[in-house]
Each structure stands twice: as structure tokens, then as C-alpha cells.
Design a protein around this ligand. Structure first.
Ligand SMILES: Nc1ncnc2c1ncn2[C@@H]1O[C@H](COP(=O)(O)OP(=O)(O)OP(=O)(O)O)[C@@H](O)[C@H]1O
Ligand SMILES: Nc1ccn([C@H]2C[C@H](O)[C@@H](COP(=O)(O)O)O2)c(=O)n1
Length: 418
């Protein structure tokens, strides 16, 4: 049995599980003896003739595991029998850092079990998986047991009753966010790229663009102003006007030099995708340090975008599922240049949609998600506000482009020495 899977099994009965139903996580835990509790909500509506499975990815190699997770979904969606329900799930040890693992929860009719079990065993031969099956233990559908499949088949599997568990303070993915979704150091992000060179040849081209080491740069002489906001809030329009009004240099993150690979890394799982954007910030930071010695610098997106989108994607549900304000996940990376001021453009959802429609450009997956998913949008906006580091001021982006420019110039003049 893979070493990593074995270590996950060592505290199996203390694990809490969550199944995401319509963006809402429903929690359950394990119990050796049943004390008469009702079935957890996710099992509450099942029939005795239903059979459920959890399939958790437990690869010891995090790059392989990250790549396998979306592949697993595609394979399951393709090969599962008709009518089988598939949703995302996870498991964690309460308050234990890096204990969060991801997987899928399947619901099917018991008649399909032989087919599903064969499929899961085949998939488990490709990458280590922890598979559990759930069976009704009474006639009324109120009592369900979890049977953990022994990955090596020579150990006795253990059965537990499943019971509801309290919601943790925030989404448990927060336990494993740092340096998996939100990179807090150049070295950590670069390490992901070094390790994925074997499976993604283009990673080497990105590595070539990076500085050999992070030289301690002098603080720029001129102010550095970052413009942030969801797509279509007017960042491009405003940053170009600010460049002209202030005689500033306009930079972007990710920087131009990474453009040839952006679409490719946007298709990669969060670990690799977020490392790509984190590295982009460090390249832009070097450009800021140079240009900031000569002119004011305006930056279109920077660290706030990287962290806020990553945190919002790794969680689900309402804003209350985000890590609490003040959590270290919102901290500014100690090795990343801090701008003088961050301005966050905000716009109501309807006006933003109107601008998106008028603009008519092709949307990225994340932009489409922002459109479809109100909760995701709210999480991104709130995560933006919780990020610490440089001063961040919210700007209402709904007036005309010229009014937004004038308001922004006032804010820059009152917050920076210009
Ligand atoms: N203040 C404004 N009032 C009305 N329309 C605006 C305003 N600012 C920008 N627009 C229009 O809204 C659309 C989106 O603006 P823009 O491209 O500047 O947004 P963005 O934040 O840079 O988007 P993205 O992040 O997707 O690149 C454009 O068609 C632009 O002309
Ligand atoms: N510094 C950055 C810039 C962008 N991103 C990510 C976040 C979104 O997925 C997407 C938005 O960019 P846009 O389409 O508006 O160019 O890119 C990031 O993580 N870090």
C-alpha cells in the first residue's frame, strides 16, 4: 500500500467528510457504535436500494495527485452507469494542517455495484485512491455504514456508522491552502514548476523567464499603484487613462512574457495554475522595481487577484465558508514587493454583466463561473477585501469612465506622494 495512503489511514476514524451538494458542503463523521442519531443529510434522502461510494485521491506525489483529480472526474463521468450521481467531496482531520484531501462521492443503484466496483479498482491501480462504500444498515434508510476498502486487499476493512458532523468554522480546504492554492513564497511556486517539467514540457519555458534568485530590490522611488477588480469592472480602461494622466509606466500581471503559456496553464489543476500566476507576480515585481525608479507605475492586477481567485475557488458555499479575516492565508508574501496603494474597483452584478455583454470577448472558465455563480463572485470580492499588506481602497466603478478616473486620481494624490 502506498506510504501516503497508509499514513492517511492511521487516523481514519477521526476524519470528517464533506459532500458538496449544490455548492453547499454537508458534513458527516464516523462512529464505531450507533447512538440513535438520524442519518446525515446527504444520506437522509437515499433509499435502501441505493449504494454510495467515496473515492478520495491520496497520491503521495502532489503534482500527480493534482493532475489525476480532474482526470478521475472525466473517467467517472464517462464510465459510470446511467443515472449515477457524481459530486465533489473531501475529507479532513479537524484543525490538522495539510490534512484536506479531495475526491468524489457517487450515488447509484445497488444493481450497478459490481460494475462500479470493478471501475474503481481499475482506477486505483493507476493512482492511489481511498475508496469507501456506504450501505443502508436498516430498513428505514436512517442508518448507514461506511466500509473502507483495504487498498492492499489483505487487511480487514473496517466498518463505521456515519453520523452528522457540525460545520467547521470555515471550509476545511483552508487547512491545505497555503502553498497548494495560495503561494506565499517564490521558492514554493518555482518548486511546483520544477517538479512538473516531466509532465508539462512548457514548464521549462516559464522557468527560463524567472529571475535566478530574488535579489533584494531597493524600494521604488515613485509610487506603485495596483488596480484590482473582477473582470469587466474597468481595469484596462482605467489603467490606460492613469498611465496617460500620470506619465506612468503600465505593467500587468501576468506579464507579457508569460502570454504564450497562459492559456495552457489555465487548463491545469489549481496547484499548477496558481503557481503560474504566483510566478507571474514575481516577474512583474522585478519590472516594477526597475520602472519604479524612473516613473510612477500602474499595475493591472497583482497579488490580490492571485490570492482572491485561488481562495474563492478552493472553497464552496457562502462567504461565511471563507477562512476568517486575519487568517494567515490572506497574508502578503514576505518576499513579494508591496505596492504603495491597491485600488479595488467594484461594480454591481447587473452593470458588470452589461459591460461584459457589450464587450463581447470570449470568456475564460473562471469568468463564466463568475457570471453563473453568485456565491463564487461574492467569495472573490470578500477575499479581495480580507487580503492584508498594502493599503487597499475600494472605488465605486459605476460612474462614467472619466468620473472614475478623477476619483482615482484624487485617491492616489491623497495616499501617495506625487
Ligand atoms: N466607467 C465605465 N462606464 C461604462 N463602461 C465602462 C467603464 N469602464 C469601462 N467600461 C467598458 O466596460 C467594458 C469592460 O472594461 P475593461 O475592459 O476596462 O474591464 P477590465 O476590468 O479590464 O476587464 P478584464 O479584467 O476582463 O480585462 C469595456 O467595454 C469598457 O469600454
Ligand atoms: N495576477 C493575476 C492575474 C490574474 N489571475 C487570474 C485570476 C482569474 O482566473 C483570471 C483573471 O484574469 P483576466 O481574465 O481578467 O485577465 O486570471 C491571477 O490569478 N493573478
Amino acid at each position: 500500500m502506498a506510504k501516503h495512503a497508509k499514513s492517511l489511514l492511521s487516523r481514519w476514524s477521526s476524519r470528517v467528510f464533506l459532500v458538496e451538494v449544490d455548492e453547499k458542503p454537508l458534513y458527516f463523521r464516523l462512529q464505531e457504535r450507533h447512538g440513535g442519531e438520524r442519518a446525515p443529510r446527504v444520506f437522509g434522502r437515499l433509499r435502501e436500494a441505493d449504494r454510495c461510494y467515496s473515492v478520495l485521491v491520496c497520491s503521495g506525489d502532489r503534482i500527480k495527485g493534482a493532475k489525476f483529480y480532474p482526470e478521475l472526474r472525466n473517467k467517472l463521468a464517462r464510465d459510470l452507469p446511467p443515472g449515477c450521481d457524481l459530486t465533489t467531496m473531501g475529507s479532513f482531520l479537524p484543525r490538522v494542517r495539510d490534512s484536506f484531501i479531495r475526491g468524489y462521492f457517487l450515488k447509484s443503484s445497488v444493481e450497478y455495484s459490481p460494475h462500479i466496483e470493478r471501475l474503481l479498482r481499475d482506477l486505483g491501480r493507476r493512482e492511489p485512491l481511498l475508496v469507501c462504500s456506504y450501505t443502508a444498515a436498516d430498513g428505514g434508510g436512517q442508518l448507514w455504514t461506511q466500509r473502507l476498502w483495504s487498498p492492499s486487499q489483505d487487511e480487514t476493512p473496517s466498518d463505521y456508522f456515519v453520523v452528522s458532523s457540525d460545520e467547521p468554522e470555515c471550509h476545511p480546504s483552508a487547512l491545505s491552502m497555503i502553498n497548494n492554492d495560495v503561494f506565499h513564497s517564490f521558492e514554493e511556486a518555482r518548486d511546483v514548476f520544477r517538479k512538473c517539467g516531466g509532465i508539462i514540457p512548457e514548464a521549462a519555458s516559464v522557468l527560463e523567464m524567472l529571475p535566478g534568485s530574488l535579489e533584494v530590490c531597493q524600494k521604488p522611488k515613485f509610487p506603485v499603484i495596483v488596480i484590482e477588480g473582477l473582470d469587466a469592472t474597468g481595469k484596462t480602461t482605467l489603467t490606460e487613462s492613469l498611465r496617460d494622466s500620470l506619465g506612468a509606466t503600465l505593467l500587468r500581471s501576468p506579464p507579457e512574457c508569460l502570454s504564450p503559456w497562459r492559456a495552457l496553464f489555465d487548463q491545469e489543476p489549481p496547484l499548477i495554475r496558481r503557481a503560474f500566476y504566483a510566478l507571474g507576480n514575481y516577474i512583474t515585481a522585478q519590472q516594477i522595481a526597475q520602472e519604479g525608479m524612473k516613473t510612477p507605475v500602474i499595475v493591472d492586477r497583482f497579488w490580490h487577484s492571485t490570492a482572491a481567485y485561488a481562495i474563492a475557488t478552493a472553497t464552496s458555499g457562502p462567504v461565511s465558508s471563507l477562512p476568517q479575516g486575519g487568517s494567515e492565508v490572506y497574508g502578503w508574501p514576505s518576499d513579494l514587493l508591496q505596492p504603495s496603494l491597491v485600488l479595488l474597483l467594484t461594480l454591481d452584478a447587473e452593470e458588470r454583466k452589461r459591460r461584459l455583454k457589450d464587450r463581447g470577448l470570449e470568456k475564460t472558465d473562471e469568468e463564466q463561473q463568475l457570471d453563473r455563480n453568485q456565491l463564487f463572485r461574492l467569495r472573490v470580492e470578500e477575499a479581495y477585501r480580507r487580503i492584508s499588506g498594502p493599503p487597499c481602497v475600494t472605488v465605486d466603478a459605476s460612474p462614467s469612465a472619466d468620473k472614475v478616473l478623477q476619483e482615482t486620481l484624487l485617491l492616489i494624490r491623497s495616499n501617495c506622494h506625487l
